[in-house]
Design a protein around this ligand. Structure first.
Ligand SMILES: Nc1nc(=O)c2c([nH]1)NC[C@@H]1CN(c3ccc(C(=O)N[C@@H](CCC(=O)O)C(=O)O)cc3)C=[N+]21
Length: 288
């Protein structure tokens, strides 16, 4: 069997077109365009690439690019002040603090400065809590993008055996919550899991977000299963994922490529979250 590839690039284009249409509708009704504040601290080249892409696509969708680039040696309190200013600025619908931040900074304390209503990354304790209760807040972009991809390809989730490899706050944990919300039987694997291959082999759907290049091979995949590769690693030979692509391609039924799979969906969902945040803020001020 050869897996059908899931075209994240194409689905992301669809999502971005939807976002652009929503933005036009908002603006036509006399509302200001939604604004996204990307906050980049320091000069990590990979982070700069990601943030540049986010900003470009934000502008393409008709939203305001309210980027802040801050020096690597900024103090915790100075960065907190920037976030506080963005929190109260009515032009800012969404705030994204690009991670990781330099080691001398306290990530959790910084994220706590972002109001849940502007948390377009879905990383605040409030949004994570809503997700854990099965309620709707702003959903983290990568897991949200994976759900949209699964839906676009009509992957059945109710009652399905789903395995999530990884337990990060950014991806693994919220991913498991979203699959559970859709009535999958969810197993979460991580670095201490005893027999990763045996657990994965039972899965109808595997989402790999371990951050370990090539951790999942063909032996870990049930024939016909759906395999989503969240990993992204730069190597001299180009970008690779957490999945050994060629091996898994000959076993799986559906598979995401790297690049062109989950990555573009992450940015598209960020834009979708920004419009949703702008709408919600708007409705609140109308009601007030
Ligand atoms: N607060 C925060 N939120 C994030 O969402 C966040 C973050 N920090 N830190 C880093 C990770 C990584 N991430 C990616 C986004 C897009 C692609 C993407 O567009 N990838 C393209 C390839 C792009 C390339 O050539 O590098 C693709 O897979 O086709 C990849 C990775 C978001 N992250």
């Amino acid at each position: 069997m050869t897996a059908r590839l899931m075209n994240g690039k194409a689905v992301a284009r669809t999502v971005r077109d939807e976002v652009a249409a929503d933005v036009s509708t908002l603006v036509a009704s006399g509302r200001p365009a939604p604004g996204l504040a990307t906050v980049l601290v320091g000069d990590d080249p990979a982070s700069e690439v990601y943030v540049r892409n986010k900003r470009r696509q934000c502008v393409e969708a008709g939203m305001a690019d309210l980027h802040r680039h801050l020096p690597a040696d900024i103090t915790q309190s100075a960065l907190k002040s920037v976030l506080d200013e963005l929190a109260t600025d009515p032009a800012v619908s969404g705030i994204l603090l690009q991670l990781p931040v330099p080691k001398h900074l306290d990530t959790a304390a910084l994220l706590a400065r972002i109001p849940a209503s502007k948390d377009v990354d879905g990383l605040t304790v409030a949004n994570a809590g809503l997700l854990a209760r099965g309620r709707v807040g702003l959903v983290p972009c990568t897991p949200g993008g994976v759900m949209r991809l699964l839906d676009e390809y009509d992957v059945a989730l109710s009652g399905a055996d789903a395995v999530v490899v990884g337990r990060s706050e950014l991806v693994g944990r919220p991913m498991a919550q979203l699959l559970l919300q859709r009535d999958a039987t969810v197993t979460q694997c991580h670095s201490r899991t005893k027999d990763l291959v045996a657990v994965c082999r039972r899965a109808d759907v595997i989402v790999v977000a371990a951050g370990v290049p090539g951790i999942i091979g063909g032996d870990a995949v049930m024939p016909g299963a759906t395999v989503i590769d969240v990993g992204i690693h730069r190597t001299p030979d180009g970008l690779i994922g957490d999945v050994r692509f060629d091996e898994v391609k000959s076993v799986a039924g559906l598979l995401t490529p790297v690049p062109g799979g989950v990555g573009p969906m992450t940015i598209a969902m960020l834009l979708a979250n920004t419009v949703a945040a702008a709408r919600a803020l708007d409705e609140r001020s109308v009601g007030a």
